[in-house]
Design a protein around this ligand. Structure first.
Ligand code: SF4
Length: 224
């Protein structure tokens, strides 16, 4: 299984914000977001092939009960099902961070779904059409939401993005309390500026706000 990085940190986004967690970042993605903050798992995928026992040994080396399987797109990783089953056997709380375009019957305690809005579509002609065709898969999102405890996490770059969020939340009949809005950006200044108007949107519409705590604490670095 190609792993881009494996590290111990705190969860920087969403409902488990601040929880010490081991992050397993798979390499490879079926999307190509224009603003992807981990291009080393998508645009230029890189990583090391590790077998399951190597991954599990590395996870066990840290004093965490929570593990976050992220990417890239972890749901397309070839051994994602046995990996999550083995993590569960070890009593770990498993979060999977996915864009929600592919279904796999994984073991998971929190399915953290981040559907990609139009603001993510790249201008690159090699990827523009595939990205646009794949980015929202209502049947996949519905199945994930039916099977798992979920949060829907949207990356918001501009006020116009909210129209798409409202339409999607309506189509999925999602509980607004599980909808989390997060400013787009890997720069503290931009996050603050976008976060301020986004917090007002959350107050008006009842969605949750999430900062990007790891960027606030450490900046746009790998392995945090
Ligand atoms: S889905 Fe995630 S990993 Fe894939 S291109 Fe978009 S931001 Fe990057």
């Amino acid at each position: 299984m190609k792993i881009a990085e494996l590290f111990y940190s705190i969860q920087g986004e969403g409902s488990l914000l601040g929880v010490p967690s081991v992050f397993i970042r798979t390499s490879g993605c079926n999307l190509r977001c224009a603003w992807c903050d981990t291009p080393y798992t998508s645009w230029q995928p890189e990583g090391t092939d590790l077998d399951l026992s190597q991954i599990l040994d590395e996870v066990a080396a840290h004093p965490a009960r929570h593990v976050v399987v992220t990417g890239g797109e972890p749901m397309i990783a070839p051994e994602i099902i046995p990996l999550t089953e083995r993590l569960r056997e070890r009593g770990m709380h498993i979060t999977i961070e996915t864009a929600g375009t592919v279904f796999a019957p994984v073991a998971c305690d929190l399915m953290s779904i981040s559907p990609k809005l139009a603001n993510s579509t790249p201008v690159d002609p090699r990827w523009n059409r595939q990205h646009e065709r794949l980015r929202i898969q209502i049947p996949v999102l519905s199945e994930l939401m039916a099977r798992y405890a979920c949060q829907l996490k949207f990356v918001i770059a501009r006020p116009e993005d909210m129209e798409e969020v409202r339409a999607l939340v309506g189509a999925l009949q999602a509980d607004g309390g599980n909808v989390i809005l997060m400013p787009e950006g890997v720069d503290r200044g931009i996050l603050r500026e976008r976060g301020q108007w986004l917090a007002e949107v959350c107050k008006e519409e009842g969605y949750r706000f999430s900062p990007r705590l790891h960027v606030d604490l450490w900046g746009a670095k790998r392995g945090v």
